[in-house]
Design a protein around this ligand. Structure first.
Ligand code: NAP
Length: 313
């Protein structure tokens, strides 16, 4: 007898984390992977999203689609950060419920915890204090997505969960100068300095702020690991458990490229929160753990930048 293939829909399959999920799912047998480009399925379009989910009836949905950006974009396009993210996630979560989808993963982020959280940050610190002002619209939208998952799970007996990754980096990252996170920004600055024969790079602030980063494929593995898992908890921190300073990241990336540029600190620019370290022991207690060391992940990210992004900019 022929068994019906399981169907998983990835929203945001062209993005950094979505493409890592797609890459991993392609290695699995007996699985039909569903995805659509934005020009065919704009996820802010409620009618289209509901129709797509109802006619395709996936068994699982992973939401890796969102309007994502660095500090400048988050603080400037404040209206579209809140509107687009609310629309994308409400359409996908409610649409999944209407289409009978039992398992769903939504991606939150470590940056939606209160600005001055105790460290390391536990899941229960959520909503315990004020948010960071610069990304408040994005955070409010993400918090609403997380609450949609939590309440749809309890009211309708569904398995809709939120994963909260720390800062992520990897293939298909965003290298737009106004819109990128700090790891892609460092890669780009260092490679540009080398190509222009400069002897230094400039970093914002004093470089002492501590950051935890995770390779995109480890976030992807967490999404796949937790999608069908039945868990009492509905939200999990996804991190590596260690952090180092932004200056140290710059030095590690330079070491990887065999260069030793001077670092000039632009102390007029903000440092950001001093420390943002997740306590990921809850996810670990269910059996998930990150695998990729920074040295390996960064080498993949740098090669991807050199091969696929350098010419475009
Ligand atoms: N990157 C991080 O460090 C990080 C850390 C923690 C959590 N997260 C979360 O992880 C998720 C994925 O992040 P990412 O870094 O992979 O983002 P990304 O690279 O910017 O990818 C986002 C994806 O969403 C798609 N998208 C956005 N608006 C859409 C729309 N209206 N219709 C259809 N598709 C749309 C984009 O499509 P196009 O390709 O057409 O633009 C893109 O494929 C987000 O929820 C983010 O908040 C990210």
């Amino acid at each position: 007898m022929k068994t019906r293939k399981e169907k998983i829909f990835i929203a945001g399959h062209n993005g950094m984390i979505g493409s890592a999920i797609l890459k991993k799912l392609k290695k699995k047998k007996n699985l039909k992977i569903l995805y659509e480009n934005r020009n065919k399925l704009d996820l802010t379009d409620q009618k289209k999203v509901f129709k797509y989910l109802k006619s395709n009836k996936p068994n699982g949905v992973i939401i890796a689609a969102a309007k994502v950006g660095g500090i400048v974009a988050n603080n400037t396009d404040r209206a579209s950060f809140i509107y687009d993210n609310l629309a994308i996630q409400a359409n996908l979560i409610h649409g999944s419920y209407l289409a009978g989808v039992k398992n769903l993963i939504f991606l939150g982020s470590s940056c939606i915890y209160p600005k001055l959280s105790k460290q390391p940050i536990k899941e229960r610190y959520l909503l315990s204090n004020y948010l960071e002002k610069t990304n408040e619209p994005y955070s409010i939208a993400k918090l609403a997505g997380l609450k949609l998952c939590e309440n749809y799970s309890s009211q309708y007996n569904l398995n809709y969960k939120t994963l909260m990754p720390c800062n992520s980096y990897g293939e298909n990252d965003n290298y737009d100068s106004k819109n990128s996170h700090f790891i892609p920004a460092l890669i780009k600055k260092i490679i540009e300095a080398i190509s222009k024969n400069k002897d230094h790079i400039v970093l914002w602030g004093n470089g002492k702020s501590l950051r935890e980063v995770i390779f995109s494929e480890d976030v992807a593995s967490a999404c796949i690991f937790f999608l069908k898992k039945k868990t009492k908890h509905k939200m999990f921190n996804i991190g590596t458990g260690s952090d180092i300073s932004i200056e140290k990241y710059a030095r590690l990336i330079m070491k990887h490229m065999n260069v030793n540029l001077k670092i000039v600190f632009d102390k007029k620019k903000p440092n950001g929160t001093f420390k943002k370290l997740l306590d990921s022991s809850l996810a670990k207690s269910y059996g998930w753990k990150h695998k990729t060391k920074f040295e390996k992940g960064i080498s993949i990210a740098i090669n991807d930048y050199l091969k696929n992004h350098l010419k475009k900019k």
